[in-house]
Design a protein around this ligand. Sequence first.
Ligand SMILES: NC(=O)c1ccc[n+]([C@@H]2O[C@H](COP(=O)([O-])OP(=O)(O)OC[C@H]3O[C@@H](n4cnc5c(N)ncnc54)[C@H](OP(=O)(O)O)[C@@H]3O)[C@@H](O)[C@H]2O)c1
Length: 237
Amino acid sequence: MTSADNTSTAQRRPAKDPWDLPDVSELVVGVLGGTGDQGRGLVYRLARSGQKMIIGSRAAERARAAAEELGEGVEGADNAECARRSDVVIVAVPWEGHAKTLEGLRDDLAGKLVVDCVNPLGFDKKGAYAIVPEEGSAAQQAAALLPESRVTAAFHHLSAVLLQDPEVQRIETDVMVLGESRDDCETVQALAGRIPGMRGVYAGRLRNAHQVESLVANLISANRRYKAHAGLRITDV
Ligand SMILES: NC(=O)c1ccc[n+]([C@@H]2O[C@H](COP(=O)([O-])OP(=O)(O)OC[C@H]3O[C@@H](n4cnc5c(N)ncnc54)[C@H](OP(=O)(O)O)[C@@H]3O)[C@@H](O)[C@H]2O)c1
């Protein structure tokens, strides 16, 4: 056997352009906790880009009312129905409710691409600080609780204020996307890229999610000092 025969299929595959991302325009995207600031902002922006969106809530009525406010392309449902009817499910509940919410939706989320955007943070008189979850990060906790789902992490550094402001046409920022599967990460990157000004950038495996989640404490500090809605750019990619 020659060394050429030994080359794995992966090695022989021609290098793919990392910016050649899939068409995600037909995917239904649900948001658990979609009645909150971050969820509502993501739903608004993605629906504005033509994505079919479902707002999830612990109370279907609240979700339907929020969906009505956001208009065309947006529906509301309780979190379980939202999970079942969506191809991609963004988790946008507070850290305090993260584990309990996901545990309760394990079956509804089986087989789904889950995108966790939860930042485990505490606040005291010195400002925001990062909490270190037992599993390492919120995203790793999600992966542990949802063994039959494909868990990724993204959308941590967005300003819900900018997302929700209809006067803001473009949001100039990068979205760090983490996960175990390249295809899943590319789907999430493509989704981020549907929002004008935004780029989804691959940023590693879930074991590196903690520093991405906790960086939000630094952005909050910058926002307070500069009265801003800070975002991030990854340069040279
Ligand atoms: N706000 C931002 O700028 C921002 C940016 C990036 C990431 N994030 C992350 O996104 C998540 C949501 O942030 P947010 O500011 O939108 O929070 P939020 O408004 O406090 O909560 C979002 C929604 O979650 C549901 N919820 C509240 N408590 C819950 C609990 N104990 N269990 C299950 N669901 C609960 C509520 O919806 P229902 O009552 O309708 O169920 C609420 O509308 C957080 O984990 C945050 O770290 C926020």
